[in-house]
Each structure stands twice: as structure tokens, then as C-alpha cells.
Design a protein around this ligand. Structure first.
Ligand code: DNO
Length: 402
């Protein structure tokens, strides 16, 4: 089949081992040097150590996810130039070691956000859910962020008040920890598990964006790209920016990678083929205005990496991460567009035609409850997703090629 099948692996401490991946038919590993602090150069020896370990199982290190972009680059503070220089060095080292695709995101302070990490799906599995009034309650009444009320409609504030009133003190604490610490720590977030006074720390990070709106953030992204794209080109590394999740502003923070206009504007910042995009279906589907097959069609030549998963809306304020095929995104239509692009590249003999695909997130089912994995990354649920996506790919490929 045409897509390279990949899997996110969190390194030697991941309960899913490289041996497991081999058995599952995975071809490429998606990982990062999670032990290197955010902002520091990734030394070639460390990259090679991980690469050799992966290769000793007959796999390849397909994609770096992520080489994190530090807060100083996003805010454009005085540390920026040193951080950008370290980023350039890491890209050079990765390229020299033969790693050619690097994912990053440009979301201020936070990465993805869910209000419930343990939602029971209709079939009894466990998944992650986002409920906007609960998120508003976190912002208004737990964080008590200054000026937050101006960001919500009176109707939403009423809903948030009701949610907050009905929550126990423990539930409030869990919500805050989930958003600030639990879902961020394992992806190199700014606040780590051990920080007990995480709310004031978090508010301090938010305040750094007081004078930064979408325009300023886009300028800081442009500055970053102008500095790192030449290094990526020299190193033979393709950068792939990841969309925001959910793809709209939160907590007074700008988010600028959320829809077709945003992504087109970002791609237009630099024409280099080394400046591309990670098509993350789950993140993009968290905004009802996004037509995913149309976005894939419009962005096709710049897509460097595929994250496929689905979401389902329960009501106007709530979505959860459903099965990979089963959800509100038309995965058949999306897969057709993506496969069409993959075939076009192969036919055109384009260098770097490869589109690695990974099943993003998954529903916890069966023995997943016995395995300590990161939120969103169960073994069986993701493997089920990969099997479903592969079956779909197989069927569409037969249809396309006859
Ligand atoms: C969530 C992931 C994101 C993604 C980063 C890329 O599980 O899709 O955390 O890795 O945003 O930088």
C-alpha cells in the first residue's frame, strides 16, 4: 500500500515496545528525544542512539514529533535568537543522521485540550472529550483569568456557572490538572508533573501573551521560519507544522493554525517545499467550519505527514474522539483525496513523495485498561484504528488502480 504506516512511540519508557511495533506491521516510528529539555540542541550522538535502537528492530525513524518550539520563540522575547540557533543546529544534526521529517506546532503555552480524559463511549470504551462550557468554567472560575468574561457570550457564562456549581472540589482540581499538566507533560509541555503550584505558574505563562494577538504571533512564526527554513533545506529536512487543537483561540491566547485561510497564509509565508503541513484530521475536525476533504485537496502538495482520527459531536458544545472511521468526518472522502495526492507524487517521481500516516489517538478498549499509556495513546484502540484505516486505504487503492 502507498502510505508509510507509522506509530507514535514515546521512547524506552513507552509500554508499547519497538518489538510490538514490528509485530503490528509498523514501518516507521514517530518519536522525539523526550529526555532533552525543550529549547536545547539535539546532539547527533543522541539522535543516532535512538535511530540505531529503532533500526535494530527492522524499523526506521520516519518522523520527529515534535522538535518543540520554545515559548521564547513564540513570544519573540530576548531568548529567541539563541533558541532559534539551537533549533537550526538540531535540524542540521537530524538531517546529517538521515531523519527527514520534523513536526512542530505554534500553539502558545498549551498543546491539545480536552476537558475529560476518561469519557465512556457508547460501546463502553474510554475516550477523550471536550465540553466547551466546562472549559469556560475552568477559565472563568478555576483559573479566574483576568478579563476572561469578555471572551464568552452571556449564554456560555451561564452554562459555565452551572457546570462549576455542580462540580466537587476534587473534580475542579482534576479538570485543572488535566488541562495544565496531565495532557501536556508527556509532550514536552511547559509545566511538568512535579509542579504543585501549577495554576500561578500557568497564569504567568499566559500573561506573556498579553500584548500578542494573532498578527504578532504570525510575525513571530514568520521570523522563526525565515531563520530555520534555510537550515532545513540545507539539512534535507521537511518541516511540517501541526494544526491547533481545538483550532481556535483559547484562554486569551491567539491560535493561528486552525482553518484553510490560516494554513494557506502560513504556507504563503515561504515557498520552500521544506515548509509543509501535518494534516491532523482530528484537530481540524474540532471546528465545525472545517471541510476536511476540501482542505486536503487545497493543501495537498504541502502535506508532509498524516494524522488520521475522527471526532463526533454530541451537541453544539461537545465533541469526543470517536473511532477512526466512525465519526463526523467523512474518512472515505478524505482518504480518497489523500491517496490521490500520494499516487500523483509517485507518478510524478517527486523526490520526497512519501506521506507517512499514523493513527492518531485511539479509544481505550480491552487490555488497554491494563497498560499504562499516555492519554490518547492506547495500544489496542490505536491498532484497531490503524487496521481500519489500512483496510480503507486498501479498498480505495484497488478502486483507483483497478
Ligand atoms: C496530540 C498530538 C499533538 C502533536 C503536537 C505536534 O496527541 O497530535 O500533541 O504531537 O501538537 O507538535
Amino acid at each position: 500500500m502507498s502510505f508509510e504506516k507509522t506509530w507514535r512511540w514515546f521512547g524506552p519508557s513507552d509500554a508499547v515496545t519497538l518489538r510490538d511495533l514490528r509485530q503490528m506491521g509498523i514501518q516507521g516510528v514517530v518519536t522525539a528525544l523526550h529526555h532533552i529539555p525543550n529549547g536545547e540542541e539535539w546532539p547527533a550522538e543522541e539522535i543516532l542512539r535512538t535511530k540505531k535502537e529503532i533500526e535494530s528492530y527492522g524499523l526506521r525513524w520516519s518522523v520527529v514529533e515534535s522538535l518543540p518550539v520554545s515559548e521564547g520563540i513564540k513570544t519573540g522575547d530576548l531568548s529567541r535568537d539563541q533558541l532559534v540557533e539551537n533549533y537550526r543546529l538540531s535540524l542540521r544534526n537530524l538531517g546529517a543522521c538521515g531523519i527527514d521529517t520534523v513536526v512542530y506546532n505554534f500553539m502558545p503555552v498549551l498543546d491539545w485540550i480536552r476537558t475529560d480524559l476518561h469519557f465512556t463511549t457508547p460501546s463502553g470504551g474510554e475516550s477523550m472529550l471536550f465540553h466547551y462550557p466546562t472549559f469556560a468554567a475552568f477559565d472563568l472560575f478555576i483559573l479566574k483569568r483576568e478579563g476572561a468574561a469578555a471572551d464568552y457570550s452571556p449564554e456560555m457564562i451561564n452554562k459555565a456557572e452551572k457546570v462549576f456549581r455542580e462540580m466537587t472540589p476534587e473534580a475542579r482540581e482534576t479538570l485543572a490538572r488535566n488541562i495544565i499538566v496531565v495532557s501536556q507533560g508527556f509532550i514536552d509541555g511547559v509545566i511538568k508533573g512535579g509542579d504543585s503550584d501549577y495554576i500561578p505558574l500557568f497564569l504567568n505563562y499566559l500573561r506573556k501573551y498579553d500584548a500578542i494577538g494573532p498578527k504578532e504571533l504570525l510575525m513571530n512564526l514568520a521570523y522563526f521560519l525565515n531563520a530555520v527554513i534555510p537550515a532545513a533545506e540545507e539539512a534535507g529536512v521537511r518541516l511540517a507544522i501541526h494544526p491547533d487543537d481545538p483550532p481556535y483561540p483559547v484562554l486569551g491566547l491567539p491560535r493561528i493554525v486552525g482553518n484553510i485561510e490560516d494554513i494557506t497564509a502560513i504556507m504563503n509565508l515561504h515557498p520552500s517545499p521544506n515548509h509543509g503541513f501535518t494534516f491532523c484530521a482530528g484537530s481540524l475536525s474540532a471546528s465545525k467550519g472545517n471541510d476536511l476533504p476540501a482542505m486536503a485537496r487545497a493543501l495537498a502538495p504541502r502535506i508532509r505527514f498524516l494524522h488520521l482520527r475522527n471526532t463526533r459531536w454530541l451537541d453544539e458544545d461537545t465533541f469526543y474522539e470517536s473511532g477512526h472511521l466512525d465519526g463526523d468526518t467523512d474518512m472515505v472522502a478524505l482518504m480518497k483525496v489523500l491517496l490521490g495526492e500520494q499516487h500523483r507524487r509517485i507518478r510524478a517521481g517527486e523526490p520526497g513523495s512519501r506521506m507517512p500516516l499514523r493513527p492518531d489517538h485511539g479509544v481505550r478498549i480491552l487490555t488497554d485498561f491494563q497498560l499504562a499509556t499516555n492519554p490518547g495513546y492506547p495500544l489496542v484502540g490505536r491498532l484497531k484504528g490503524l487496521a481500519e484505516l489500512s483496510g480503507l486505504e486498501y479498498a480505495i487503492e484497488r478502486e483507483l488502480t483497478g
